[in-house]
Structure formats: C-alpha cells, structure tokens
Design a protein around this ligand. Structure first.
Ligand SMILES: CC(C)(COP(=O)(O)OP(=O)(O)OC[C@H]1O[C@@H](n2cnc3c(N)ncnc32)[C@H](O)[C@@H]1OP(=O)(O)O)[C@@H](O)C(=O)NCCC(=O)NCCS
Length: 171
C-alpha cells in the first residue's frame, strides 16, 4: 500500500453556531462540538484509508475557550499518523472574525479511527509520511498517545509502553 501525506486527508468545514446548538449561557454545547469534530475527522480518516472507518477513541479534548452563539466555526482535520488498522486524527478549531478576517484558535482534539470491512472487522491502512514541522511533531507524539490510550484501556502492559516510559525518564 502506498503511503500518504497529511495533506491527502485534509478536511475543512465552515459552519455557524445557531441558538439551538448552545448551552444555557449561549455558548456552543460541548457535545455539539464533539459531533462536528467526529464528522470532519471521520471524513479525513476515510480519505486516508479509502475504507469504511469507525470512531475508536476520543483521546483528548479540552474545552478551554467558550464559543459564542453566531460564531463562524472552522474545523480542520488531518491524519497525523497511521498504525496497522488505526489512524490518529488531529482536529484544529478556529473562530473566524468576519469584520477582520482574523482566525482565533479555540480548540484542538485528537481522535482515533479504525478502518473496517463491511462486517466491522479491522483492515489495514496506508502508512503516513509527515512533511511539515508540525506534522512531524504530531507524528512523533502519536506513538506515545497510542501507548497511553492502550495502557489505560488495559490492552497494553505499562512495561511494554516504551515510548511512554521514555517521556518520564527524560532528564
Ligand atoms: C473499533 C473496533 C472495530 C476495534 O475493534 P477491536 O476488536 O478492538 O480490534 P483490535 O483489537 O484489532 O483493534 C483495532 C485497532 O484499534 C487499536 N485500538 C484498540 N483500542 C485502542 C485504544 N484504546 N487506544 C488506541 N488504539 C486502540 C488497536 O491497537 C488496533 O490498531 P492497530 O491495528 O493500528 O494496531 C471495535 O471496537 C468497534 O467496532 N467499536 C465500535 C465503533 C463505533 O461504533 N464507533 C462509533 C461510536 S458511537
């Protein structure tokens, strides 16, 4: 299988936050943002794998900045690393200021998808070749995040999580 780049899976959406998408203080409801992220990231993973994909793990989402009603929201998803049948996808989220054409980063999330056949059995995906400095940084961190996720799920012994252990052993 020929390897692919992160650009190959780049998927961007632009959408507005409507009153029905908000919480009781008129900011975007967390679950609504998760759904929008899941959609854009699943298209990105599907573009990489060229197979059916399912969401396997939501590795990391921090709602550090509120997103007010009527915001114009831009989501960009790219595969950051591929393993055997699984792929890590980064989702960057910005709010666009219409007056000034300025983008403000409001969120970042990391999801894992698995490519499956029609019966839901995991199938192999192409490898990913990172290109830019940011893509290389995310690619390198992905193994550590995968090991942490597998350890927490009880699917990998902490002793086997060599990349993760190395992080704590750094001087
Ligand atoms: C995703 C799914 C197909 C994986 O099935 P499984 O029996 O765990 O399959 P495997 O053990 O072979 O794991 C498949 C891949 O996921 C990875 N994986 C499994 N659990 C993981 C975890 N907690 N963290 C990171 N990766 C994980 C495995 O390492 C493997 O990746 P690799 O081939 O790149 O090494 C299965 O769990 C599933 O169908 N889940 C439901 C998906 C779904 O409905 N999503 C929508 C939610 S509403």
């Amino acid at each position: 299988m020929q390897s692919k780049t992160s650009e190959n899976s780049k998927t961007t959406t632009t959408d507005i936050v409507l009153p029905g998408d908000t919480n009781s203080i008129n900011n975007l409801f967390g679950g609504e943002l998760l759904a929008r992220m899941d959609k854009v990231a699943s298209i990105s993973a599907k573009r990489h794998a060229e197979q059916i994909v399912v969401t396997s793990v939501i590795n990391n989402v921090i709602f550090s900045k509120p997103i007010p009603s009527a915001s114009v929201l831009i989501l960009e998803a790219k595969v950051s690393r591929a393993f055997g049948t699984s792929m890590e996808v980064f989702i960057d989220v910005w709010v666009e200021s219409l007056e000034h054409q300025v983008l403000t980063k409001v969120n970042e999330a990391i999801f894992t998808f698995v490519a499956v056949d029609i019966k839901g059995k995991p199938v192999k995906v192409p490898q990913l070749k990172p290109e830019s400095e940011l893509e290389i940084k995310r690619y390198n961190g992905a193994l550590r995040r995968r090991q942490l996720s597998l350890v927490l799920a009880g699917k990998l012994s902490p002793n086997e999580a060599t990349e993760l252990k190395a992080l704590f052993e750094q001087k």
